[in-house]
Design a protein around this ligand. Structure first.
Ligand code: SIN
Length: 308
């Protein structure tokens, strides 16, 4: 079964890859992704300098999902600039995820990372976990201004990682702006920001930062993720590749993302729960689903959701 994907001219032998944030901070983690069946090596969202991130506990997994408030812990872009050339030995695309607390941070990281030419750059407009910093992706004009400036710096295919939107007007406004900018791909969705999970026995929050508020992931967010994949697929008429992220725990979930319009997918919670062996399982399950339904490739099911 052909599970490959091509996005912005870059070939992925397997359409399933890690999401920025999941087991991709350190050199060891990035190399483990390289040795795994992940379709790409996606780095943790990086800032200009090393960050410890938020205080622990900052990640909690529970039946149905996860909540995190990591706070962008990462090694800093100069270190990733040293690591990225070495990741080429694994023969799969390297996607650098870039972030910042201020627009100037994104530009600084973009300058440093463009130099080492990752295959793609994903601009993270959607981290919900920095106290006092709203998610840029919820402000169309701030996003436009940042992306216009990044366009002048980044010389590899540039995509965006967006937060979930809950209203068609917001999908439309964002899609109009992204079309104008000419992004190479769109990743939807980042975690559903600022949820609250409570431990009723201990009568407390399950994570420490931000009073227990954090980004929700895992199977419970799948309908929100699929809606965002579908909305952008339709608004772009299938012309801008979409990476679907959110709620994938099985090969069938990958198939659902494909039906809604995803060219490839990323996994977070299930990767943290199961480790890099999960790529092999998802590959096998997706292959079985596609074969049972008479498809010859993942690409063939893309966007084919029927509306009743
Ligand atoms: C984090 O580091 O807090 C998660 C990153 C993200 O959600 O973008």
């Amino acid at each position: 079964m052909d599970l490959s994907a091509t996005l912005a001219g870059v070939h992925f032998a397997n359409c399933v890859m890690n999401a920025a944030g999941a087991l991709c901070v350190t050199r060891d983690e990035l190399e483990a992704l390289g040795r795994s069946r992940s379709g790409a090596i996606v780095t943790k969202s990086m800032t200009p300098a090393f960050r410890d991130g938020n205080p622990s506990p900052r990640y909690h997994s529970f039946p149905g999902g996860s909540i995190n408030s990591m706070g962008l812990p990462n090694l800093g872009s100069p270190t990733y600039a040293v690591l990225i050339p070495g990741l080429r030995q694994f023969g799969k695309p390297v996607m650098a995820s870039i972030a910042g607390l201020e627009p100037a941070d994104f530009l600084d990281v973009a300058h440093v990372i463009t130099e080492v030419r990752p295959d793609l750059i994903e601009v993270n407009l959607s981290c919900p976990n920095i106290p006092g910093k709203p998610q840029i992706g919820y402000d169309v004009e701030a996003s436009r201004s940042l992306l216009q400036r990044l366009n002048g710096v980044i010389t590899v295919p540039m995509g965006v990682k967006l937060p979930p939107y809950f209203d068609p007007a917001h999908h439309e406004a964002m899609a109009d702006m992204l079309r104008e900018i000419g992004v190479a791909f769109v990743s939807v969705i980042n975690s559903v920001g600022n949820g609250l999970v409570v431990d009723p026995e201990r009568e407390c929050t399950v994570i420490k930062p931000k009073g227990g508020f954090g980004g929700l992931g895992g199977s419970m967010i799948k309908p929100v993720a699929l809606a965002n994949v579908r909305a952008f697929w339709k608004l772009f008429d299938g012309r801008v590749p979409i990476i679907g992220t959110g709620g994938i725990v099985s090969g069938m979930d990958v198939f659902e993302h494909g039906l809604c319009g995803a060219s490839a997918v990323q996994i977070g919670t299930v990767l943290v729960d199961e480790g890099v062996g999960v790529f092999e399982r998802l590959e096998r399950e997706l292959g079985e689903v596609l074969a049972r339904k008479g498809y010859r490739s993942f690409a063939e099911c893309r966007g084919r959701l029927r509306e009743l």
